[in-house]
Design a protein around this ligand. Structure first.
Ligand code: ZN
Length: 262
């Protein structure tokens, strides 16, 4: 991984964020080549799923939404991870990751913090950093990034930076249905930045606090779900093939040009 990170930096693809001010952990800036690569992927995705189809429309919704949206979607109450701190070396960990690493095959999603503590003790989970077995109790930590609207923070109502793209597609569904003259089945697509207050980010651009998603919601009649499922399964297999081939073709064309001009 270190090799890839340093190659990306040297070639102008990805730089560590805020670097000359000492950096800000887990933020990355896409440089001149990186932004072109990222935009190419996004444009290809948009062409494939939106422009080349009659049953898909696009949306670019606000990142800030009424907090009621995130309450209704369940994110305010349950979009969370349980974290524990190692009292010995002060490192912070996700309790579910520690347990899943120690006990292969176990699934702990949705388990209460007390039960996570029990599982950690029963399985003698140790700190991956220092090897100690001295953890704080597990506690829930919401992944939504909270901010405030208005100049006086104390009195301002908290709002959230979106943690997913889907919500606006549901919230705007009626407006889109009325203005786009689409009939079921049809889809709404969106791409853009989302934000998650991850407890243990890291691993280069593979787990960050802000990242780009490309996503669509496809609306169908309930009785047609099996037909639609089969259709989209096949389509997704085509897409993944097409994306790889497209990348390889680009590389091949460039490589040929390079050889020809050499
Ligand atoms: Zn430790």
């Amino acid at each position: 991984m270190d090799k890839i990170v340093s190659l990306c930096k040297r070639r102008g693809f990805i730089f560590p964020g805020s670097e000359i001010y000492g950096g800000l952990a887990n933020t990355w800036d896409y440089g001149p080549l990186g932004v072109e690569l990222k935009n190419n992927i996004e444009r290809l995705w948009w062409k494939f799923f939106v422009h080349d189809r009659l049953d898909m429309v696009g949306l670019d919704a606000a990142i800030l939404m009424n907090p009621k949206v995130w309450k209704a979607s369940g994110h305010v109450d349950s979009f969370n991870d349980a974290m524990v701190d190692c009292k010995n070396c002060k490192s912070r960990h996700r309790a579910d990751h520690l347990i899943e690493d120690a006990v292969p095959g176990v699934k702990v999603e949705g388990i209460a913090p007390e039960d996570l503590d029990k599982l950690m003790q029963e399985n003698a989970v140790v700190c991956p950093k220092c090897g100690a077995k001295n953890f704080t109790g597990a506690r829930r930590f919401n992944l939504l990034f909270q901010t405030n609207i208005g100049p006086v923070e104390k009195n301002a109502e908290p709002v959230y930076l979106r943690g997913e793209l889907a919500q606006a597609m549901f919230v705007d569904f009626k407006s889109i249905l009325e203005t786009s003259r689409k009939k079921l089945p049809f889809g709404i697509a969106q791409s853009g930045k989302v934000f998650r207050n991850e407890i243990t980010p890291g691993n280069f651009v593979f787990r960050t606090l802000e990242f780009d998603l490309m996503e669509f919601e496809y609306f169908i009649r309930a009785e047609e779900w099996e037909k639609c499922f089969e259709y989209w399964l096949q389509k997704m297999q085509e897409v993944s093939k097409a994306f790889c081939m497209w990348t390889m073709m680009k590389v091949n064309v460039r490589e040929k040009r390079r050889l020809l001009s050499a």
